[in-house]
Write a protein that binds this ligand. Sequence first.
Ligand code: ARG
Length: 460
Amino acid sequence: MAQLWGGRFTKETDQLVYQFNQSLGFDKRLFEQDIRGSLAHAGMLAAQGIITGEERDEIMEGLEGILKDVSDGKLKLEGEYEDIHSFVEANLTERIGDAGKKLHTGRSRNDQVALDMRLYIRDEIDETKDLLADLLRAIYEICDQNRETYMPGFTHLQKAQPVTLAHHFGAYFEMFKRDLERLSSIRDRMNLCPLGSGALAGTTYPLDRAYTAELLGFDGPCENSMDGVSDRDYVLEYLNSLAVTMMHLSRLSEEFIIWNSNEYRFVELDDTYATGSSIMPQKKNPDIAELIRGKTGRVYGALMSLLTTMKGLPLAYDKDMQEDKELTFDAIDTTKGCIQLMKGMIETSSFRKDRMEESAKHGFTNATDAADYLVRKGMPFRDAHGVIGRIVLRCLDEGLKLDDLPLTEWQKESSLFDGDIYDAISMKTCVDRRTTKGAPGAIDQELANAKAYLDQLKED
Ligand code: ARG
């Protein structure tokens, strides 16, 4: 087994200990970031005269060669190496000899892994943002096509007031937009370079930390070397952000599941996004939505796990921190996959305007508007509420909806009712009258803002 630290040891590591300790099995994911960091480090070492220009060129050529061989499949990310850092250094030295042994000058695996993880999380944040932008575009399309698709809005899962499908999906647009913005702010905060922190106390070499930071696209080096090697709060912030996104995805999944049920049938899932039953031939199940809802738990788990891992660690580096990787990788893969699948499910589903509108007409979703009608005719709202309550009761007794109740019946409860009551409580009026900012009748403005946001995302 290739180890970087054999000198002070007189015996080989126990095999069980080696297996328990090694991280190559999972930190091989950081391979590309590890090479990127080493290229910058070598460039800086030469610029500072710590290694020669010739040694730098050899190192860089060697690293590029390793990168290429791995991407061509000629070199496999496996073998008896403790971690990805050992893998790269051992392969480099095998290729170029002594210059390879100089690469680690002024560097520790502690700042190296802190750098790799930061580069990796930064890359993943960018990809997650792109996927969220795609999801937002898909949601916008549904909103745009359904400005006049009336449906019941719910509270307590009871029909409440009429809204439109555009307004309903518009709410999710805002949620996923905040998720995207949250990622941007995490990225801004974490974009400082830990390389040069050394094991914990910096180094005695005249490193130019600002230069490596710049080479790697950071805003600058992080301030404190002990903080640089030992905090993982940016991973936690990212995991938290993924957990919130999964929570949003899970709520939307739940809506799909309810809307796809036999009782609702607001949505028809495409055959490509549904599954069948091995025994019940009639079934078309919303497994994708259920799985997204289900996988939310493991992303929460990753967040709780790392919070717990970190909570008792004294400064600076502790090996516990190696546990920041596996569950984080899993949470990233899971969330990215779920965002893509949600986008696909939205794009392929058919929304049943007829069913939604029919449902909104039943369940007295226009009762508030009937009360508002009386208020416009001068009755105090509390009295109007009582009048309409009694009319609803009457309708329930007779199995009628408000729209079908004869005028004479309305007038039995209040002489303020006239023939115009029917128009005042029509679905369209109920929605169109709600024109305060953020309400369903102001959807055109809301969607114009959404469109402007998407256009600006494209430009960034
Ligand atoms: N595999 C380690 C990790 O992921 C790399 C850093 C190891 N440093 C050390 N001093 N053993 O944290």
